[in-house]
Design a binder for this molecule. Sequence first.
Ligand code: PLP
Length: 411
Amino acid sequence: MPRINEHYLSLKATYLFAEIKRRTEAFQAAHPDARVISLGIGDVTQPLPPAVVEALQAAAAEMARPETFRGYGPYVGHEFLRAAIAAHDFGARGVAVGADEIFVSDGGKSDSANLQEIFAPECVVALMDPVYPVYADSNVIAGRSGPADASGRYPGFLYLPCTAENGFQPALPDRRVDLVYLCYPNNPTGAVMTRPALRRWVHWARANEAVILYDAAYEAYIRDPEIPRSIYEVEGAREVAIECRSFSKSAGFTGMRLAYTVVPREARGRTAAGEPVSLNQLWLRRVSTKSNGPPYVIQRAAAAVYTPEGQKQVRALIDYYMENARLIRDGLAGAGLTVHGARNAPYIWVRTPGGLSSWDFFDRLLAAAHVVGAPGAGFGPSGEGYFRLTAFGSREQTEEAVERIRSRLGR
Ligand code: PLP
């Protein structure tokens, strides 16, 4: 028998959403008449924008004719999409990002999990706590963590607690760190980072020769014009930051799969001997070795997001979810709960009332209101005492969930 990668055995046994599913199914089996509403898993519910569907159909028709059929595409994504991303997501905002710095992929999940591969196993990783679990898990598998301790913390990581007390903003690391994962707008807290705070992080990374892996998967939800949408809006970030974006939550692509990562030409790592190496070239090598790029039809569909109709339709989709976020935020605050997030993000981060643990509040909400959310502890140790609801439900479900919480749990 071949020996396995034992680091997999250090992953926590119960994956958050599997446990949510297990408890929900057990409740539903015991209460078959209960109409359970899920605001737990961060998946979208509204259909694709019409411009996207039209482009998808047109691309499918191209694949049906010998003269327009396409086989393998470029590893890094088609030029038409990379150019559109560079022009619209960056150029239009006064940020210079070249098409050769954009790597199109099948998801922000795979990109944020895979980026650590181009760094040495000895690199020390810092993580916001709580945060999207993929950053921790991918580094566990790579052997950077060691087994979790009794509190669920991995000794190899530096945790940067983000709680109401510090405004959900991580403090700068107090020891040597090579890689820092920052996620803004944040999943799960719904917090955003101000320009001065982001500037402090970029200065810190430059001074400490660290790299920031900046996950901007929810950038489209930023309403406040003062909040940076890209880390490259901060001067000096190109040398020290890699940014991931996704079409999943902006254009409803969770089932379509399309995302991209920006690795600037100036970003550098080093060899053991201290020789600088271009991270852009290293990531290009990694992508071209392990991928043939996302499907042509999906890339055509994604490019339709940048047409005038596509832009209008995507804005309407985001407005729809942000109105849900407002309804949840106002409704829960009106019911006497303490709520955070939801102003520049599709997540509502609720303080559990009466000092309940986040899993106890999960059970209580399910039993009393038949509403499913996500316990904060599942996103990291500092998520204990909090609870996440998402704005991705339909309007009807969202309104009903809020009304049930207000009438059955409100004070
Ligand atoms: N990054 C964050 C912070 C997320 O919350 C998610 C999905 O929930 C992703 C990335 C993954 O997005 P994708 O659907 O592109 O894999």
